[in-house]
Design a protein around this ligand. Structure first.
Ligand code: HEC
Length: 136
């Protein structure tokens, strides 16, 4: 009987060991990337679908949002309408692009003119900026 009890204690102790895998602090050897939004796969398609008709070659306000050109046209590039940069990494409220996308600009119209994008879409842009406006 003593032997059986001993075995049970051993088994439950071993089962207890497997709980270590659920420890939230135990993320394993490789940390997952902290960015949740990709410029190439999440943000550029917003421009492709809504903006390049007016912001292509020789685009309005000197802004070219075509793939391959949009990133340098935006990030830490001065706005032609405001003292702000078009995109200031980490700071959506200091980014002219984000203010225009949410109708909070104090010059010209919201973007796209007359028909703001839905909040899920503008939130993606906001998160991308908050995550450092990476060329990812
Ligand atoms: C129908 C044409 C049209 C569309 C579509 C359009 N824009 Fe514009 N955009 C303009 C015009 C015209 C201006 C300059 C006048 C103004 O700001 O009101 C401008 C200015 C801007 C500026 C300011 C640039 C600077 O240097 O300050 C940003 C940022 C911008 N647009 C972003 C966008 C984005 C992002 C989209 C798509 C979601 C978009 N626009 C869609 C016509 C358009």
């Amino acid at each position: 009987m003593r032997r059986v009890l001993c075995l049970l204690v051993t088994v439950s102790a071993l089962a207890g060991c497997s709980d270590y895998g659920d420890d939230p602090a135990d993320t394993g050897p490789v940390d997952p990337p902290s960015e949740t939004v990709s410029f190439a796969t999440d943000v550029q398609p917003i421009f492709d679908n809504n903006c390049v008709g007016c912001h292509g070659d020789g685009g309005n306000a000197g802004l070219d949002l075509r793939s391959g050109l949009s990133y340098t046209n935006l990030v830490q590039n001065p706005s032609t309408e405001s003292a702000l940069a078009r995109v200031e990494p980490d700071l959506p409220m200091q980014s002219w692009l984000y203010l225009k996308l949410t109708g909070q600009q104090n010059f010209g119209t919201e973007m796209p003119p007359g028909s703001l994008l839905d909040a899920d879409t503008t939130d993606l842009v906001r998160t991308w900026i908050e995550e450092g406006a990476l060329d990812n």
